[in-house]
Design a protein around this ligand. Sequence first.
Ligand code: IMP
Ligand code: MG
Length: 177
Amino acid sequence: MNKREPAVLYSEVTIRERVRELGHLISEDCSGMDEILLIGVLRGCYMFLADLSRCITIPRRIDFIAVSSYNDDTTRGQLRLVMDTRTDITGKHVLIVEDIVDSGHTLHYLLDLLTTRNPASLKTCSLLRKLDRIEKDVHVDYVGFDVPDVWVVGYGLDYSDRYRALPYVGYLEKKAV
Ligand code: IMP
Ligand code: MG
């Protein structure tokens, strides 16, 4: 058991400020819409979505979706839908809320899937993005922070289901992973 806490990349205060900015930006951009539907990608989004949804000032609904790869946590395999939304998104203004865009495969898969359901609009928001690792050409409309190629944890993000409840985003030293 690794007793060392992950090194801080973004503190609680820094995250709070950035999430507030994203909330304002989204509220401004969507001000003409009567309502938006935030779809959080489980499980990493849970803390970000909770905070972001409270920083958005226009009417919003919340739903969740979950995808999984056939492989383990850190290697990417074929994606499959493990939990669908409960909402019929046809004709709705949808914002997908992710914890991190790494290779981009998850977001690409979700954009393909949700587009077939004819939402009125479909946008993407991710707390973090690893620019060096992008393999799929996916557009992220709102990004909290562009992070270096390290394994990040905390604020919802995990390593083998640990560290999710940390209030900050940290990174693990290579030897701890
Ligand atoms: P993708 O490679 O963009 O499809 O990302 C797949 C998923 O892997 C993300 O939604 C995260 O849940 C997870 N992930 C990727 N990089 C990290 C990381 O550094 N820390 C924690 N989870 C990650
Ligand atoms: Mg995720």
